[in-house]
Write a protein of this length. Structure first.
Length: 443
C-alpha cells in the first residue's frame, strides 16, 4: 500500500529460491538458466537449486507434468526454498496450481523482471513505465487474486514483501479492474507528456551541435563503467543486471571539444511484452545519438559473445536504430590473455579493445570518436573585425574549438573548427590559409 523505498531491498536478506524450467527436448538451456539465476540474484533471490523438465510444451494447467509435481515438491522442501522462480510467464491457473501444490509463493519470469525494473527505475518516466507494465500484467490476473492470496498465506502479512510483489503496482492489487484501467489511461497520458518534454530537450541538444554517443549492449558488458571512465560520472555500477534503467547522459571534453555520452539499460533475452514499450522508450535516447557504441564483454565465452552481439543488433534494428552508425567496442580486455586478444582482433578487426576498468585503450577510443565527428567540422581561419565583437562571442557560444587566437591590427584572427552548417554565416570573415602566415612573417 505504502510507496516503497527504492533501496529497501538492498538491505534485505536474499530469499532462497528454487529455479524451475520447462525446456524443449534435447535443449541444454545452460545459458538460459544462468541468465534466469542472474535475474533472480538481481531481485535478491539466491538460487538454491534447479528443477528442469524436458517436454515439448509446458502443461496448460500445472506448467510441469503432473507426475513431476511430486518431485518438485520434494526438491523444494529439501533445498529449504522460500520461493519458486519459474523461467516462463505463467498463466493464472498455472501459477495457482504451482502455489497450491507447493504451498509457496511462485514468481514467474515476467514478475521477476518487473520487480527488478521496479527496484531500479530512477526517473519519473521510468517509474511510470514500470507501474504501467505491472498493471498490464496484473489486470488479467485480478479476478480472484485476493481470495487466492488469503487462502495461501492466511492473510497477506507473510506474502506482502517478497520478490514479485514489490513496486508501484502492488497497491493496484486491491483495486478493481475499472480503477486499474482508468489508471492505465492516466499513465499513458503522462508518459506521452513526458515523451514530448524529452523531444524538446532533444531538440535543444541538437541546436548545440554537441556530438552524442550512446552506449548500447548486453547487460553487464560494462556500459556504466565505461560511461564513468569516459566522463567521471557517478552512475552506480554494480555487478547486477539492470543497474541502469534510465538513460543517463554525461559530458566529457576531448581536445577542446565537448561530447555527450548516454548510458542505456542493458539488453536481455525474451523481455516481457509488457515492458517492451517502456524499454524502447528508454532506448529512445539511443535513437537520437549520432553514434552508437555497442559495448561487448570481451572476456565472455566466444559463443555467448556471438549470441549477445546478435541479440543486441536485432533489438537495435527493432527500435529503428538500424541506420545509425554503430561501432563495436570490446571491453574487459584486461581479463583476456594475449591469445584471446588476438582471436578477438581476428574476429572483430575494427573494434577497439578497451578496459573501462583499467583505462586501457580509452584514449584511443576518445580519439576514434573524435575522428568519427571530424567531418562534421571544418577547420577555418577567420578575421573578425573588432567592431563585430559579437561574432567572436557567438563563436564561443557554438562550442566550436578555437585552436588559435591572435589580436591583429585588423581584428581578431582565429583558427577554429566550425560546424559545417555555420560556414555560410562566417563566410564574410574567411581568410586564406596562406595570408596570415605572410602577414606574420612580414610583420
Ligand atoms: P552494464 O550493465 O553494461 O552497465 O555493466 P557495468 O558497467 O555495470 O559493469 C558490470 C560489471 O563488469 C561490473 O562488475 C564492472 O566492474 C565489470 N567491468 C566493467 N568494465 C570492466 C572491465 O573493463 N574489466 C573488467 N575486468 N571488469 C569490468
Ligand atoms: Mg549499466
Amino acid at each position: 500500500m505504502a510507496a516503497r523505498q527504492p533501496d529497501r531491498s538492498w538491505a534485505a536478506e536474499p530469499e532462497r529460491g528454487l529455479v524451475l524450467a520447462v525446456l524443449a527436448p534435447g535443449a541444454d538451456g545452460a545459458d538460459e538458466l544462468a541468465e534466469l539465476e542472474e535475474l533472480a540474484r538481481t531481485a535478491l533471490v539466491e538460487p538454491v537449486g534447479r528443477v528442469v523438465q524436458h517436454r515439448r510444451l509446458p502443461d496448460a494447467r500445472t506448467y510441469v507434468g503432473k507426475g513431476k509435481l511430486e518431485e518438485l515438491k520434494q526438491a523444494y522442501g529439501e533445498a529449504g526454498a522460500e520461493v519458486l522462480v519459474v523461467d516462463d510467464e505463467l498463466s493464472p491457473p498455472q501459477q495457482r496450481a504451482l502455489e497450491n501444490a507447493l504451498q509457496a509463493r511462485v514468481v514467474d519470469r515476467t514478475q521477476l523482471i518487473l520487480d527488478i525494473f521496479a527496484q531500479h527505475a530512477v526517473s519519473a518516466e521510468g517509474k511510470l513505465q514500470v507501474e504501467l507494465a505491472q498493471l498490464e500484467y496484473n489486470l488479467p490476473r485480478m479476478r480472484g487474486m485476493w481470495q487466492h492470496l488469503e487462502r495461501l498465506g492466511g492473510g497477506t502479512g507473510g506474502l506482502g514483501a517478497g520478490v514479485g510483489t514489490r513496486g508501484p503496482g502492488e497497491s493496484q492489487l486491491e483495486t478493481d479492474r475499472r480503477l486499474a484501467r482508468r489508471r492505465v489511461t492516466l499513465l499513458r497520458e503522462r508518459l506521452r507528456k513526458l515523451s514530448r518534454q524529452r523531444d524538446v530537450r532533444r531538440k535543444e541538444r541538437r541546436r548545440t551541435e554537441t556530438p552524442t554517443v550512446a552506449l548500447a549492449g548486453y547487460t553487464n558488458a560494462g556500459k556504466s563503467t565505461l560511461l564513468n571512465a569516459l566522463t567521471d560520472a557517478g552512475v552506480s555500477v554494480r555487478d547486477r543486471l539492470f543497474e541502469t534503467l534510465d538513460p543517463t547522459t554525461r559530458g566529457y571534453e576531448h581536445e577542446g571539444r565537448r561530447y555527450l555520452v548516454t548510458d542505456t539499460v542493458g539488453f536481455v533475452r525474451r523481455l516481457p511484452h509488457q515492458l517492451v514499450e517502456g524499454f524502447a522508450a528508454t532506448l529512445e535516447e539511443t535513437l537520437v545519438a549520432d553514434l552508437v557504441l555497442h559495448v561487448v564483454d570481451g572476456s565472455a565465452p566466444e559463443q555467448r559473445l556471438i549470441e549477445q552481439i546478435a541479440a543486441v543488433d536485432s533489438v537495435l534494428r527493432e527500435i529503428g536504430a538500424g541506420e545509425l552508425p554503430v561501432e563495436l567496442v570490446v571491453n574487459k580486455i584486461d581479463a583476456v590473455d594475449t591469445l584471446g586478444r588476438r582471436r578477438l582482433a581476428n574476429r572483430y578487426p575494427d573494434a577497439p579493445q578497451i578496459s573501462a576498468l583499467t583505462g586501457e585503450g580509452l584514449e584511443e577510443l576518445r580519439a576514434r570518436i573524435a575522428e568519427r565527428f571530424g567531418d562534421r567540422f571544418e577547420r577555418v581561419r577567420l578575421l573578425l573585425p573588432y567592431e563585430e565583437g559579437r561574432r567572436l562571442n557567438e563563436l564561443y557560444a557554438l562550442g566550436a574549438p578555437i585552436d588559435e587566437r591572435e589580436d591583429t591590427p585588423e581584428g581578431v584572427l582565429v583558427v577554429a573548427r566550425l560546424p559545417r552548417r555555420e560556414l555560410r554565416r562566417y563566410a564574410p570573415y574567411l581568410v586564406a590559409e596562406a595570408a596570415p602566415e605572410r602577414r606574420r612573417t612580414g610583420a
